[in-house]
Design a protein around this ligand. Structure first.
Ligand code: HGY
Ligand code: MN
Ligand code: MN
Length: 411
């Protein structure tokens, strides 16, 4: 009697818990792009992949890539994966779950003697925390990595190029990370990171599209001065200007249907209690399923920031770090996923993803779709992030039905 799906789901939970220990910070899960704990994650997953008979490599962008080629296989392969980096003080499942579950897809494929090769990718950088730009790993795989980014510096002043070298990789070879055309499609399994599935008391959903996102920084530049001797009407207080703007960010998002806008990071100089802030960098993350609404909102926010600054005699500078259009998932692959969900006895739930994912980048190169698992409490990007073992189990039943359908669709 083969291993039950519940045992496999429990194994997935254990492996995610094990990988969660591989962190830059004791007692918290923080694993940014190409930091030392990523070596431990690669080693751990490499062992697991090699035990499954997969050939394993790390490409020049730091993506971990395992390939399973069954005897007598066909040329085209399925690619499954997600990201291995995290936000600071993260949960144990965002990204990692999709890579660990992908290895269970390999087990299922081997049990059914699938004749379709499968590549599993653990993307090196999706969150965009270390260098401010997301999707460094998947853009390299999709062949659209922007080499100008190699000059970006992290908070310690280390360039992206140097970080790649320090990890033991060759930044000159990033172009070789590009995936070839022998791919049927890309599947990403990921936690929903929102409340929708739990509100509907559903365990899984197929993703039909991913919202577009703008990431940028609005910098306010005033004048530092003494906090005790400078009268209020003489001040060029960059932080007071930024604070006014931040409340407008929330106000415009609240007034625009389905728009979300977040200020997640403020960098204050000189950041001393008794000095009027001179320079304040404010991050903006703005998302919407409709690109025209998103760009209108971003435009209005920048204008309002400039108005605040000029009224206060302060300078501003807006720099865009990423501008990703909303991406529809591949209709055929998504239909196959929905059909697999029904065949597994589950509700054929579909939904839009409010979170960005590597699938939106991979979709530029290959047909892509996603399978979401319920996020209890709708919580993510936080240590309370969790996943239910029964939803992992359900997703494995969907996986088996998906692979069966894929095999018969490619003939
Ligand atoms: O921010 C996001 O949407 C994703 O978690 N990186
Ligand atoms: Mn995330
Ligand atoms: Mn993620």
């Amino acid at each position: 009697m083969g291993e039950g799906m519940r045992d496999r789901a429990l194994r997935v939970m254990e492996e995610c818990a094990c990988i969660a220990e591989m962190s830059e910070e004791p007692g918290r899960i923080t694993r940014l792009y190409l930091t030392p704990p990523m070596h431990s994650v690669h080693e751990y997953l490499r062992d697991r992949m090699e035990m499954l008979g997969m050939r394993v490599r790390v490409d020049a962008a730091g993506n971990l890539r395992g390939l399973w080629e069954p005897r007598g296989y066909r040329q085209q392969r399925l690619v499954i994966g997600s990201h291995l980096d995290t936000v600071p003080n993260a949960g144990a499942y965002d990204g990692v779950l999709g890579v660990v579950i992908a290895l269970e897809w390999i087990v299922l494929a081997q049990e059914m003697s699938l004749s379709i090769p499968i590549e599993v990718i653990g993307f090196s950088e999706e969150e965009g925390v270390r260098y401010g730009v997301p999707f460094l790993g998947s853009t390299a795989v999709a062949g659209c990595f922007d080499r100008r980014l190699l000059d970006l510096r992290d908070r310690d002043g280390k360039s992206l190029e140097q970080a790649i070298r320090d990890f033991g990789l060759d930044p000159g070879a990033i172009d070789q990370a590009k995936i070839d055309n022998d791919v049927i499609g890309f599947v990403e399994v990921h936690i929903e990171q929102g409340p929708e599935l739990e509100e509907g008391d559903l365990g899984v959903a197929a993703v039909t599209d991913i919202v577009g996102q703008t990431r940028g920084t609005l910098t306010f530049t005033g004048h530092a001065n003494h906090a005790g001797t400078t009268p209020m009407h003489h001040r060029r207080d960059a932080l007071a200007a930024a604070a006014e703007w931040i409340s407008i960010v929330e106000d415009i998002a609240l007034r625009t249907e389905a728009l979300v806008a977040t200020v997640g990071r403020v960098f204050i100089q000189p950041n001393a209690v008794n000095v009027i802030p001179s320079v304040v960098e404010v991050s903006l993350d703005c998302r919407h399923a409709d690109d025209s609404i998103r760009s209108l909102a971003v435009g209005e926010l920048i204008t309002r920031g400039r108005d605040i600054a000029s009224r206060r005699g302060i300078a501003t500078d807006w720099s865009v770090l990423a501008n990703h259009p909303a991406v529809p998932m591949d209709r055929q692959l998504t239909a196959l996923m929905v059909d697999a969900m029904s065949a597994a006895g589950l509700a054929a739930k579909t939904m839009t993803s409010g979170a960005g994912h590597d699938a939106m980048v991979m979709a530029r190169r290959v047909p892509a779709t996603m399978l979401f698992l319920r996020s209890p409490g709708g919580i993510s990007h936080d240590p309370c992030e969790s996943v239910l073992v029964e939803d992992i189990e359900a997703s494995l039943h969907v996986a088996r039905k998906f692979l069966e359908r894929l095999a018969s669709s490619v003939g």
